[in-house]
Design a protein around this ligand. Sequence first.
Ligand code: DAH
Length: 342
Amino acid sequence: MEEIKNEILYDIENVQTLTDLNNLKVKYLGKKGIIITLQAGIKDAENKKEYGMQINDLKNYFQTLFDSKQEEINTLILNEKLEREAIDISLPATSVFMGAPNILEKTSEIIENIFISLGFDVMDGPEIEEDKYNFELLNIPKGHPARDAQDTFYIKDEDILLRSQTSPMQARVMLEGKGEKPIRMICPGKTYRRDDDDATHSHQFMQIEGLVVDKEISLSDLKGVFDILAKELFGSDCNVRFRPSYYQFTEPSVEADISCFVCHGSGCSLCKNTGWITVAGAGIVHPNVLKNCGYDPNKWTGFAFGFGAERLAMLKYNINDIRTFYINDLRETTIFDRKEND
Ligand code: DAH
């Protein structure tokens, strides 16, 4: 027994790998292993009990050495692996390119959120539009000179066009309301006109249309809404004024100005020394438009408005060329986003 123990000790101490260690298990405890063979001899032993205990002792001896050697090798493997895969946290990191939201989308989202807080729905409409919605239902019949102000892209024939304004959504939403439902919606979206692109014109631009139809709606409701929007966008001392204007689909019609947030009225280049900046066209929905779209003008009144989204973004972020939004230069939007977060 002592000899075998010495052999076990010698074998296990000289083992280097897990495979060799497992081979030792076969050598001692396998079917034909040394210990198992001895165990088989128990039936011939004189003192079976004593013999049995010795075999058990031998087995335990082997197992204990085996376990501690196994642990030793595993620790060694783990340490080697840790060393190999060590991370040098003092190395400089690879820089990650941080994206930023498109500044026009971002402005539009800020405006949407202000209107949502006032209970408006945000709606989407088709960019390829029918003449009926873009003009006729809005009180601009075929051949009317008011069409000339909007140099329109026609597709295929005179009835299908790229919408030249987001106002057709007024007609669509009213027709859906079937003359019964009050309406409070805005529709931000792309619009198209045959303009030559320059610093203030783009053949594709974004408008934010608004429409409220309900009982006893007046211009003062419109003014209240604009006042909230101006203060949220440009600061609590920003005021709103209306000037008389003309649109086919509103009567009376107004241009909405905000007080200049740069000079606060004393005069600067942004407001061209007037103290005011024009930001929207608006008015009380024309009775003909209500009628055309299924609302009884004797029962219902409403206001409508249209903002140029780029113009608001240009004012808010001090951008002086509308093409900035469309040149796909990621540096531009990132710069404005940084300014915002500073
Ligand atoms: N659609 C007009 C334009 O493109 C803007 C506008 C003016 C929209 C008055 C309105 C409105 O809804 O009431 O010039």
